[in-house]
Every structure is written in C-alpha cells, then in structure tokens.
Design a protein around this ligand. Sequence first.
Ligand SMILES: [Zn+2]
Ligand SMILES: [Zn+2]
Length: 272
Amino acid sequence: MSCNLCEEDYGMSFCENDCSYHICSDCCTNLKECPQCKGSLRISWFFAGKISMQPHMSKRRLVGNTEVIEHLKKEMYVTEITEYKDYTDLSKELPIEEIDSTNAIAGPFMIMKKIKKDEKLEVKDITNITDIVNIRNTQMIQKCDVFSLEINNDYDCFRSFAEWGMALIMGKVLILVVPVICKNIEEFYTYASDSIKSFEKVSFYKREAILRSHPLIEMNYKQYKKHMEQIISLKKQKLTVSDDDDEDAASVEEEDNNEDGDWDGYMSEHVG
Ligand SMILES: [Zn+2]
Ligand SMILES: [Zn+2]
C-alpha cells in the first residue's frame, strides 16, 4: 500500500500504536506525531552486543563526567551525553534518546573516561558499578520497542545473551544480527526462532518500518525471515548429518561440504 500522504512511495507503520496510517520515511520526517492516532513515530531501539569503542558508537548512548562531556562536544560533535552522576543515581529515570524523526535509542550505554596523558577517551572499567549497569540496561530494555542483538565473532557478549531472554519475556520485537563469517551459526537456531515469532505480533507495515530503519541490516522482512529460517535449517541439516554419521561415514563428508557451500553462497548473496 502506498504512503497515505504522498502516494509516491510505500507506506509503512512508524506509529508506536501500529495503527492503520501508513507513511513513507520521507513524509515521516515532516511529522511530529501520527496524524491518525497521535502516537509517536519513533522506533525505540536497544542495540545489545559487546561494548567496544569502535565501530558502532552511533548505536550506543554515551555517559561521562563533565570533562568527558566537554571533550565529546568539542572533538567529536556529540551532543547527547548522559551525566555520569545522573546515570549512577538510580532515583533518576533516564529518558530515551531521540536520534532523528523515526529513531530513538533506549540503550545500552557506553561509559567513557578521559585518559589524562594523551587526552583521549576510553571505555571506563565498570566492575565497581556492575549492579547499576545491569539495572539501567534492564530499565532501558523495558523502554525499547525493538531489541537487536549483534553477535560478535568470539560469542563473548555474555550479558547480551541474558538480555535477549529479558526482552523475549517483555514481548519486544527481537532481531538477530550475525557476523558474515560465523562459526557454528546454526547453534543460534533458537534465537532465530524467537525472532521470527516476535515479528508475528506486529503488522507487515511495522515489520517493514523496523527492517528499513535498522542500521546494520539491508533486508526487507521477507529476506530477513528467510535468513532466520536458513539458520534453523542449518541446524536440522547438521542433526541429519550426525544421524547419518552412525550409518555411513563416507556420505557425511559429502553432505558437510554441501552444507558449507550453501551457507557461504547464501551469506554472500543476502548479507552485506
Ligand atoms: Zn510519503
Ligand atoms: Zn497511529
């Protein structure tokens, strides 16, 4: 269905209420709220994954003391920074950060500190405030619409795996982002299944708005769903292969090769 305003592009559901008013992303930039139900037109994201300085600073909210804030504003033109004293004061509720007309970030936060000797910033050691970090992340997962988990190659984003479970229980839309080269990706088949199920709760128009707005995915919903189903089918193939293993070791090697080939071909075709 075309955009209800311009009729020149596909209409999507940016509306927080997933109502029947569908607009294109261009028209959305000129609106403050949904013309039909007055709901917000921003998708609120939580980008789980291992916290590191690079390359995805734009998907983190920044926290720092006064000197970090001054540095970020001056050197990196970052304006939205949460004061460390506000972040650690749990009596204060933190709002989501509005990024543009269709996106807001709920979390997570990256806590920065300034190194005196070379005047650079680095990620602060948070082991002395782990309880606060955990509470803040849980609060912000509650505030998000879409929980996106980016798996890293070492699979050591341990807290993010736990947060996926929280977001699942909270009924959020779940997105799984896997690295292009990824060993044993089929073992994420339960996550792929959670993700597909979570999208069933929203309309086709909302699914498109979410996938179109995701900063790391260049797929529409149909392609994304196929991508998730591929992960599940790789697990099935692996189990079939290990069943055959007992009966005929020779044929296993052949199937194994096919399996890898299919996956590589699939990834180069669909994941940029
Ligand atoms: Zn339009
Ligand atoms: Zn609406």
